[in-house]
Design a protein around this ligand. Structure first.
Ligand SMILES: [Mg+2]
Length: 179
């Protein structure tokens, strides 16, 4: 079994299907396997932090209040199922005018490390995009590429991406961590 200080999770395509720019709570749903996989990991003593790029806000496609409602829902679900969630970090920057907070930048991870005394080099990043894997690799974290969401395109379009491991989805990630 692998033990991590904190497991960082991408949101869209990792925890939930990603139709693109989810702008209201009724468009958001976890994959069927998400809560069970996180519960298995939680039972083994893991804690989580969500880091999500949401450029739809700066593109005026997503209203900040609606984004807050989605994230309140996620926090409530994690609490309901006893899945420890430290926080949700959001970067709303437009890619053409992005700060270091936007993945693959390190900003959100460094904020989380500071807020919650996280040892990043003993942590794991799970996500479906090349940005997720690069951000984790840049910080010396282990990285899991999930082939849900955009994951299959990530492998096709970015053959140079080097996750620690690639698995089908979050369920596969849990299997790999707990094996
Ligand atoms: Mg994603």
């Amino acid at each position: 079994m692998r033990k991590y200080n904190t497991i960082f999770l991408d949101r869209d395509g990792t925890l939930n299907p990603d139709p693109g720019y989810i702008s209201s709570l009724d468009q958001f749903e976890f994959y069927d396997f998400t809560i069970p996989a996180l519960q298995r990991l939680a039972h083994s003593g893991n804690r989580f932090c969500i880091v999500t790029n949401q450029s739809g806000v700066s593109r005026s496609l997503i209203d900040q209040d609606d984004l807050n409602k989605i994230h309140d829902y996620i926090k409530n679900e994690f609490f309901k199922y006893s899945i420890p969630l430290l926080d949700i970090y959001i970067c709303t920057d437009h890619p053409e005018n992005a700060s270091n907070r936007r993945k693959p930048g390190s900003g959100m991870f460094l904020e989380a490390a500071n807020d919650h005394s996280i040892n990043l080099s003993e942590s794991l990043m799970i996500g479906d995009s090349v940005h997720d894997i690069k951000s984790g690799n840049n910080l010396n974290m282990d990285t899991v590429l999930v082939l849900s969401g955009r994951g299959k395109d990530t492998i096709k379009d970015s053959p140079d991406v080097e996750p620690t491991v690639a698995v089908n989805d979050l369920q596969g990630a849990a299997d790999w961590i707990l094996e």
